[in-house]
Structures are given as structure tokens and as C-alpha cells.
Design a protein around this ligand. Structure first.
Ligand SMILES: [Cu+2]
Length: 135
């Protein structure tokens, strides 16, 4: 009965050097300017917002970079959000406008169907929503 147990001592020295990786915060950089494929034409979509609808409510564009020009033709503040259909995962959003104001934002969309809506108060439920079809 010669139990001979060797217990190798594994000494793990974990040198944790702090700092270094500072996680970049939320989205903020909206300039993926490294695309080499030439964009044929810059697409611009103008949407008029009133109480309570988007005009036009149906937009069709080609995949790529699209600039949305928004005009608040109503009496209330309005904005615009874009997300893949059925979700609220914004891929683009505009600042809130005041009555009579305008704003614009640029978004890159892949082929698919997207919802767009005004996120002010319950404007979406009141009709300020539409569909973007990207081909
Ligand atoms: Cu609105």
C-alpha cells in the first residue's frame, strides 16, 4: 500500500494589467466612410410630418446610404425613427423638430423592410408611421 501522490503545485500568476481597453461607448460615430464601392446616386427622401401622419408613408429606396430630410409641417414636435420591421432597434433616428422646423439625418440601409415612425408621445399609435422598402 504505497500511495504516492504527487500534487504538482501550479502557481498561476495572473498579471492583470489594468486599464487599456476603454470600451467605446454607445453609437456615436456615423461615418463609415471606408466604402470603396462607388455609390451611383445619393438618395434623398423628403418626408413631411403633420398630425398625425407621414407623407409619404410608403418609401422605396435602394440599399445604401439614404439621407432623410424631414419637415415638421404640423403644430406639434415630431421626429422620425427607423428600425427593421417589427422591431424598435433603431438603425437611424432624427432629432425632434419643433413645429415648422426641419432636420435631416443619413442612414445606411440594407435590403429589407423597415418601419418608420414618429416617437413623440403616442404619435405612432395615432398614425405617424410608415414603411420603407429597401431593394
Ligand atoms: Cu409626431
Amino acid at each position: 500500500m504505497h500511495r504516492f501522490l504527487l500534487l504538482p503545485l501550479a502557481v498561476l500568476v495572473i498579471a492583470a494589467c489594468g486599464g487599456g481597453s476603454s470600451g467605446s461607448g454607445t453609437a456615436g460615430t456615423s461615418a463609415p466612410s471606408a466604402t470603396t464601392s462607388p455609390t451611383p446616386t445619393a438618395q434623398v427622401v423628403t418626408i413631411h410630418e403633420t398630425e398625425f401622419k407621414l407623407d409619404p408613408a410608403l418609401v422605396t429606396v435602394k440599399a445604401g446610404t439614404i439621407t432623410f430630410n424631414l419637415m415638421d409641417d404640423g403644430k406639434f414636435p415630431h421626429d422620425l425613427h427607423i428600425a427593421p420591421k417589427g422591431t424598435t432597434n433603431d438603425v437611424g433616428a432624427a432629432q425632434r423638430m419643433t413645429a415648422g422646423g426641419m432636420t435631416s439625418f443619413t442612414v445606411t440601409l440594407q435590403a429589407g423592410t423597415y418601419d418608420m415612425w414618429c416617437a413623440v408621445d403616442s404619435h405612432r399609435q395615432q398614425g405617424m408611421q410608415g414603411t420603407i422598402t429597401v431593394t
